[in-house]
Design a protein around this ligand. Structure first.
Ligand code: DP6
Length: 333
């Protein structure tokens, strides 16, 4: 099954001939997985081996402005800087847009405003593809549901499937080969005291993309066979912890989930290690603080930065311990 076949299914046979509007715009928040997506059952459609669960960061993400342009190519601006179409970032974006062009000579001016570091493990591709497809929906006046947008965004980047809602979001892996049952849905529970602290330890581009790292893990890590079982357990525990608002159960499970994902990477060949010495130092500090009785946990994605998980009541103590940390009130954006 090809991406184009999925698009045919969403649009029941074909894309609308031309967009209804001259411009389109949309914002999508980035999301941080508490139960990670790591490994695909279908590489073409970004269909995951397992389900996953995330939390949105309301003010962090991507705003995409689209306008039709009478030029032979697309133009891409990221935070007001024009990006060469030969960069891997632009190639991936243009290739995704190719799926939606009603005519070959149909081109766009794409103005992207992003307030998180690109490719440093802060899920920039998640909010990027979600905001892009939501902006296309606005441009074309397609009136697609969020469920349909989630399926389309997944074709660009798996984690983008979860970036259409605030709060807790679960992406159901699904079983169908066309992935029409693999989309995300929000969990209707708020937890206003919950905080995410972003510890930016490095803004450098990651040495290996999550896409490549994920595939290498699936193909070479002897530990990967244990991953689906771990996810099934963690997902059930996380949902229960959210339901009863048990913070240590939620955050402890998220930390264990992230460490297990990184263990599968370390056991891949060639090995994958996103952590820097600063990452390990921050982890040790979290463990020490916890040993001293402060309820703080972390999660880590495909990059060296950590996201700390804690409750509002401990915010003052934690900002003192980590003065450079940016605190996000996840339910008060
Ligand atoms: C570690 O969504 O970036 O952030 O589908 O290949 O684009 P592709 O991968 P991507 O992977 C995200 C991996 C992760 C975990 C997660 O967000 O669940």
């Amino acid at each position: 099954m090809k991406k184009a076949n999925v698009i045919d299914r969403i649009f029941h046979g074909g894309l609308p001939a031309s967009p209804r509007n001259q411009k389109g715009l949309a914002f999508a928040p980035t999301n941080i997985a508490l139960c990670k997506y790591w490994g695909k059952r279908d590489i073409e459609l970004n269909l995951p081996v397992t389900s996953s669960l995330s939390i949105a960061l309301p003010d962090k993400g991507t705003m995409t402005y689209l306008s039709l342009q009478d030029k032979a190519t697309d133009t891409i601006l990221v935070n007001d800087e024009e990006i060469a179409l030969t960069t891997p970032f632009a190639e991936r974006l243009v290739c995704y847009l190719d799926l939606f062009r009603p005519k070959k000579n149909w081109h766009l001016h794409i103005d992207i405003k992003i307030n998180i570091p690109i490719a440093a493990g802060l899920a920039s591709s998640a909010s990027g593809f979600a905001s892009l497809v939501a902006a296309l929906n606005d441009l074309g006046a397609w009136s697609l549901t969020k469920q349909q947008l989630s399926i389309l965004a997944r074709l660009g980047s798996g984690s983008a499937a979860r970036s259409f809602w605030m709060g807790f979001v679960e992406w159901n892996a699904g079983v169908q080969s066309d992935g029409m049952d693999s989309f995300a849905m929000p969990l209707d529970i708020e937890w206003p005291e919950l905080r995410v602290g972003i510890l930016t330890l490095s803004n450098k581009e990651k040495p290996i993309s999550s896409r490549e790292a994920m595939q290498r893990t699936v193909n070479s890590s002897v530990l990967y066979s244990a991953w689906p079982k771990k996810i099934a357990q963690d997902l059930a525990i996380l949902k229960q912890a959210i339901h009863v608002k048990n913070f240590s159960l939620l955050a402890g499970t998220a930390e264990s989930n992230a460490l297990t994902m990184h263990a599968t990477m370390l056991s891949s060949w060639p090995p994958i290690c996103y952590s820097l010495p600063e990452t390990l130092a921050a982890m040790r500090k979290v463990w020490e603080l916890r040993h001293e009785g402060l309820e703080v946990y972390f999660t880590q994605d495909a990059g060296p930065n950590l996201k700390l998980l804690f409750l509002e009541k401990n915010q003052a103590e934690l900002t003192e311990a980590f003065p450079d940390m940016e605190v996000i009130s996840v339910f008060e954006g």
